[in-house]
Design a protein around this ligand. Structure first.
Ligand SMILES: *[C@@H]1O[C@H](CO)[C@@H](O)[C@H](O)[C@H]1NC(C)=O
Ligand SMILES: *[C@@H]1O[C@H](CO)[C@@H](O)[C@H](O)[C@H]1NC(C)=O
Ligand SMILES: *[C@@H]1O[C@H](CO)[C@@H](O)[C@H](O)[C@H]1NC(C)=O
Ligand SMILES: *[C@@H]1O[C@H](CO)[C@@H](O)[C@H](O)[C@H]1NC(C)=O
Ligand SMILES: *[C@@H]1O[C@H](CO)[C@@H](O)[C@H](O)[C@H]1NC(C)=O
Ligand SMILES: *[C@@H]1O[C@H](CO)[C@@H](O)[C@H](O)[C@H]1NC(C)=O
Length: 600
C-alpha cells in the first residue's frame, strides 16, 4: 500500500517533461594564481582557487578592463617553461559549453609590456591577442568560445609568439543548451563559435547576463552597450513593458535586451552599422528585434529588408507578424562569408519610415582541428619523462594542433583514414637528453624517422622498437646505449632503412657492430647453475671417498712400515700430506663463498 502510494506521488513528476531550467547547468570558474577560493562583486560569484595548470608562476594582477572580474591574481607562463602551456580541466560532463578566458597584466614594473599570444581550446586556435588589447577598455580583455566537450576534459592552451609571457586571470566553463546558437548546416562538433561581439542597442551600460538576472543556461554572456550607430542617424527608445518569448530555449536571452532599441530618425530612414572583421572568414550573425515602439500597434505597419554588405539577407521583415505580437522577441540568424575587412548591416524600411533593432551578436565560425591519436600522445608523454626532456620544450597540450604550434622536435601528419593526427618523426638530436628509451615508444606506430643522435641516452634499445614497421631512419649514434640491437631492426636494414648505431657504450649484434657475447636465456642460466651444483657435489663426494681410501691405505702402510726400509716410508708420507692440504683448502673456500657460485 505504502509503495503504491509513493509511486502515485512520484509518477506525475517522473513523466512530466523536464524543463531544462529545473536542472542547474554545470559551471566552473577558476581564479588563476589564487591560493584560496574567492567571491567577486557585484554578484558574489564563486571562483575556485587555482588548479589544473601545467606550470607557470602565480602573481598579482592588474585588470586591463572594467569588464574583467575583480580578481587580484593571475598565472603567467615564462618562456623558460616552454612555448605551450595549458589548463587541463577534467570531469567536465559531456555537453555544450561557453568557455571564457580573461587576460591580465602582471602587476610588476618589470612586466610593463602587454603580452601577445595565441589561445587554443581543445587544440583549435581561436584567438590571437591583437596589439593594444590591454588599452581598449572593452571586450578585448577576454576570449570566448562555444564548444561541445565530449571526452570529459577541457584543454585550454596558451601559445607564446615571442611577445611576452602569456598571463591568464580567470577561466569560466559554463554549460549552455545543446542547441544554443544552432545555425543550421555545419553546426556541431566540427565547429567552434568564437564570440566576436555582442551589443545591446540603446543600452546605457555594458552588462553581463548575471546583472540582468538572466537564465543560467544563457552562459552569463557579456552585452556591450551601443548607444548609437553614429552620424545622428538614430535615436534610443525603451520600454518598461514585459517582453514575451525572450528567455527561451535554446539561447535564453535576457528580457532586458529587448526593452531598449535604436530606431532610425525621420530624416534618415535606413539604419546602417559597419563592423570591422577579419577577412576571408565565416561569421554567424544574430539579430534581435521586439516591437517596443508604441506608434506601431499591429501587423503591416513596419516592414524592412535586412542587407548584409549590400546583399539582401532577409526580405520584408515584419516584427509583429513574425514574433506574433508587439513586445515579443524575434531572433534572426544567418551565416556570412566575408571577403573584406568590413561587415555592414543595413535595415531598409519598405513600409513605414523607420527601422528598429534591439541587439546584435557576431560569432566567428572556426573549424575544429582534429586532435592527435590519444595513444600516441600518451607515448610521447612517457618519452618526455623517461628521456628527462628539458622544461623549455614544454610539450603541453596536443602535439600536432593547433597546426601553427606543434611541439618542438615532433613531426606530424594527418591520417585521413582515422581523421586524426599521427606522429611520423622525432627530431631530438643534441638536446642533452639522458635517461632511457621506453618500451611504449612502439605506440608511435606511424614513426618514419627518429633522430636522437648526440645525446646521453643509456640502457638497452627496447625490442618493441623493432615493431614500428614504417621506420626508415633511426639515428641513435653518439649516445651511451648498450646491449643487443633488436633483431627486427637488423632485419629492416636489409630492406634499405638507414640506421646509425655508432659511438655508443656497447651496442652489438648486427652487421657493422661487434658480435655480442654468448647470449643465454633465463632457462639456460638456471640449467647451468643447477648443473654446477651437481658437479660440485660429485667432486666433493669423490674427493672425500678418495681421501678416506688413502687414509685406510696409509694406516695399512704404517702398520707395514714397521718392517719396511726407511726411504720408502718417507716418499709415501710426502704424497699424503699434499693430498690432505688440497682437500682442506677446498673445504674452507666452500664454506666462505657458499658453494656453487664458486664453480659456476
Ligand atoms: C601580492 O600583493 C600582496 C599585497 O597586496 C603582497 O603581500 C604579495 O606578496 C604580492 N604577491 C606577489 C607574488 O607579488
Ligand atoms: C538559425 O537559422 C537557421 C536557418 O535560417 C534556422 O534553421 C535555425 O533554427 C535558427 N536558429 C535558431 C536558434 O533560431
Ligand atoms: C566558409 O564557408 C564556406 C562554405 O561553407 C567554406 O567553403 C569555407 O571554407 C569557409 N571558410 C572558412 C575560412 O572557414
Ligand atoms: C589509408 O588507407 C589506405 C588503404 O586502406 C592506405 O593505402 C593508406 O596508406 C592509409 N593512409 C594512411 C595515412 O595511413
Ligand atoms: C640527425 O641529427 C644530426 C645532428 O644534428 C644530423 O647531422 C643528421 O642529419 C640528422 N638526421 C636526419 C635524418 O635528419
Ligand atoms: C653515423 O654517425 C657518425 C657520427 O656519430 C657518422 O660519423 C657516420 O658517418 C654516420 N654513419 C652513417 C652511415 O650515416
Amino acid at each position: 500500500m505504502l509503495k503504491i502510494g509513493l509511486l502515485l506521488l512520484v509518477l506525475p513528476f517522473y513523466f512530466a517533461p523536464m524543463p531544462s531550467f529545473a536542472r542547474a547547468p554545470y559551471a566552473l570558474r577558476i581564479s588563476c594564481g589564487a591560493r584560496d577560493d574567492v567571491h567577486s562583486p557585484p554578484t558574489n560569484t564563486l571562483w575556485y582557487k587555482d588548479f589544473a595548470y601545467t606550470g607557470g608562476v602565480p602573481a598579482n594582477a592588474t585588470r586591463p578592463s572594467f569588464i574583467t572580474p575583480s580578481l587580484d591574481t593571475l598565472r603567467y607562463f615564462p618562456l623558460s617553461e616552454g612555448p605551450e602551456n595549458c589548463y587541463y580541466i577534467d570531469r567536465v560532463p559531456h555537453g555544450h559549453y561557453l568557455v571564457r578566458i580573461y587576460f591580465g597584466l602582471v602587476a610588476e614594473p618589470s612586466f610593463d609590456n602587454e603580452p601577445l599570444f595565441d589561445v587554443s581550446i581543445e587544440g583549435t586556435l581561436i584567438y590571437s591577442l591583437p596589439s593594444g588589447w590591454s588599452s581598449h577598455d572593452d571586450e578585448q580583455a577576454f576570449v570566448e568560445g562555444l564548444i561541445f566537450l565530449k571526452d570529459g576534459t577541457a584543454s585550454l592552451c596558451f601559445h607564446s609568439t615571442g611577445h611576452g609571457d602569456p598571463a591568464i586571470l580567470a577561466i569560466e566553463i559554463l554549460q549552455i543548451d545543446n542547441r544554443a546558437y544552432y545555425f543550421g548546416k555545419g553546426y556541431g562538433q566540427g565547429t567552434i563559435l568564437r564570440t566576436d561581439r555582442r551589443f545591446s542597442c540603446g543600452a546605457k551600460d555594458p552588462k553581463f547576463g548575471a546583472d540582468y538576472s538572466a537564465d543560467h543556461w544563457g552562459g552569463d554572456r557579456f552585452w556591450n552597450s551601443l548607444p548609437t550607430f553614429g552620424q545622428s542617424s538614430d535615436q534610443i527608445i525603451s520600454t518598461k513593458n514585459n517582453i514575451k518569448k525572450a528567455s527561451q530555449a535554446p539561447n535564453f536571452y535576457p528580457e532586458a535586451l529587448y526593452q531598449t532599441a535604436l530606431i532610425s530618425t525621420d530624416t534618415q530612414p535606413d539604419l546602417a552599422y559597419a563592423m570591422e572583421v577579419e577577412p576571408t572568414r565565416n561569421y554567424s550573425l544574430w539579430l534581435h528585434f521586439a516591437e517596443i515602439d508604441s506608434s506601431v500597434t499591429g501587423v503591416g505597419e513596419r516592414v524592412f529588408d535586412i542587407l548584409i554588405n549590400g546583399d539582401i539577407a532577409f526580405r520584408d521583415v515584419d516584427i509583429v507578424s513574425m514574433a506574433g505580437d508587439i513586445n515579443t522577441a524575434l531572433v534572426l540568424n544567418t551565416t556570412v562569408a566575408v571577403s573584406g575587412r568590413s561587415l555592414t548591416i543595413t535595415l531598409h524600411p519598405t513600409i513605414g519610415n523607420h527601422a528598429i533593432i534591439n541587439a546584435i551578436e557576431l560569432l566567428e565560425l572556426v573549424l575544429a582541428e582534429s586532435k592527435t591519436l590519444p595513444d600516441e600522445i600518451r607515448a610521447l608523454q612517457r618519452l618526455k619523462s623517461t628521456l628527462g626532456l628539458p622544461l623549455r620544450f614544454g610539450w603541453n597540450g596536443d602535439p600536432c594542433v593547433p597546426e601553427q604550434h606543434p611541439w618542438s622536435g615532433v613531426d606530424c601528419q594527418y591520417d585521413r583514414n582515422i581523421s586524426k593526427h599521427v606522429i611520423d618523426g622525432l627530431d631530438l638530436d643534441n638536446q642533452g637528453l639522458r635517461g632511457s628509451l621506453p618500451n611504449d615508444i612502439s605506440q608511435l606506430h606511424h614513426l618514419q624517422s627518429i633522430n636522437l643522435s648526440g645525446n646521453s641516452i643509456s640502457g638497452l634499445i627496447p625490442s618493441s622498437l623493432g615493431t614500428i614497421n614504417s621506420l626508415e631512419t633511426l639515428e641513435l649514434n653518439g649516445n651511451s646505449l648498450s646491449g643487443r640491437v633488436p633483431a627486427a631492426l637488423g632485419g629492416r636494414l636489409l630492406h634499405g632503412a638507414s640506421f646509425n648505431f655508432t659511438d655508443n657504450a656497447g651496442l652489438c649484434g648486427i652487421p657493422g657492430l661487434p658480435p655480442c657475447g654468448p647470449h643465454l636465456s633465463v632457462g639456460a642460466k638456471i640449467g647451468i647453475a643447477l648443473g654446477s651444483c651437481v658437479a660440485f657435489l660429485v667432486i666433493v663426494t669423490c674427493l672425500t671417498c678418495w681421501w678416506k681410501r688413502r687414509q685406510n691405505i696409509l694406516r695399512a702402510q704404517r702398520i707395514a712400515a714397521r718392517d719396511a726400509p726407511y726411504a720408502k716410508a718417507r716418499t709415501h708420507f710426502n704424497r699424503d700430506v699434499q693430498m690432505t692440504r688440497h682437500h682442506g683448502h677446498e673445504h674452507s673456500r666452500t664454506a666462505a663463498e657458499n658453494g656453487p657460485s664458486l664453480l659456476a
